[in-house]
Write a protein that binds this ligand. Structure first.
Ligand code: HPA
Length: 273
């Protein structure tokens, strides 16, 4: 019980970073702290941002050793839930399916289409004879998305307020024909790590938003139709934009209320949150 007149402590938030963004240094975070979960080990860095505990998780592990299909998505989300995290801000390197979204473009993702094939994607595996279907009509938290958009406005950073993320299995990049297909079904961005992270967060009732950073035009959309995509190109762009991404995340955290209001977003109305 918080005494009358004193501020409630701010609830924990986590940042999940992919390729390139060095948030550990920016946060002066301690770690990594290994957390053993029923789904394997997660490695989490720990810091404070003002009154708020902030955790950081590097999706591909230290030294970028885990390919997208081997990221321990369930262990990561389980560990963050165990730490009491109520909000997750994720960053995703993406290829652009839109010619007007060039490398450097930031996008507050609002939908996804899932083309992953081979990854454990749920906490609800039928244990105890219970079958649970999670609603993901609006998969990204509208309150966190609004905060990201407001942060971009406050920082004077140009941002696209919505975009549909197609998640592929990887680790290879796509063919030009796959990209034409993804465009035809309404995709705006393509990446390899956004799913099932977003849906696992929903299953445990954590508010989750993802900031897409365009690192390249998707396969076949470059100046010459056979221009290859390289991981170095992706990493270079993420590093170049790292400062802007951190400014946005920092400002977003500052704009959040100390705690969530249960029932105001779909994240707190579903799963076991
Ligand atoms: N395809 C898939 N994943 C990616 C890409 C891409 O073009 N760029 C960055 N991550």
């Amino acid at each position: 019980m918080v005494p009358a007149g004193s501020a409630a402590p701010a609830t924990p938030l986590a940042i999940i970073g992919g390729t390139g963004v060095d948030i550990v240094t920016e946060l002066k975070a301690q770690g990594p702290l290994p957390i053993d979960t029923p789904y394997g080990r997660a490695e989490v860095y720990s810091a404070r941002w003002g009154e708020r505990p902030v955790y950081f998780l590097s999706r591909h592990g230290a030294g970028h050793v885990l390919p997208p299909h081997r990221v321990p998505y369930r262990a990561n989300i389980w560990a963050l839930r165990h730490l009491g995290v109520e909000w997750i801000l994720a960053t995703n390197a993406c290829g652009s399916l839109r010619k007007e979204w060039l490398p450097g473009q930031l996008v507050v993702i609002d939908q996804f289409i899932d083309f992953t094939k081979n990854r454990p994607a749920t906490f609800f595996d039928g244990e105890g004879g219970k079958v649970i279907h999670t609603d993901v009509t609006e998969p990204y938290c509208p309150i966190l998305r609004k905060a990201l958009i407001a942060a971009a406005g406050a920082e004077g950073v140009s941002i696209a307020e919505s975009g549909c993320y197609v998640c592929t299995e990887g680790p290879r990049y796509e063919t030009a024909a796959e990209i034409r297909f993804f465009q035809s079904i309404g995709g705006d961005l393509v990446g390899m790590t956004g799913v099932p992270e977003v849906t696992l967060a929903r299953e445990v009732g954590i508010c989750y938003a993802a900031l897409g950073l365009v690192t390249n035009l998707a396969a076949g959309l470059g100046e010459s139709p056979c221009e290859p995509i390289s991981h170095q190109e992706v990493t270079r762009l993420m590093q170049k934009q790292g400062v802007v991404v951190w400014r946005l995340l920092r400002r977003t955290i500052d704009l959040l209320p100390p705690a969530r209001t249960v029932g105001r977003c779909p994240c707190t109305r579903s799963g076991c949150g």
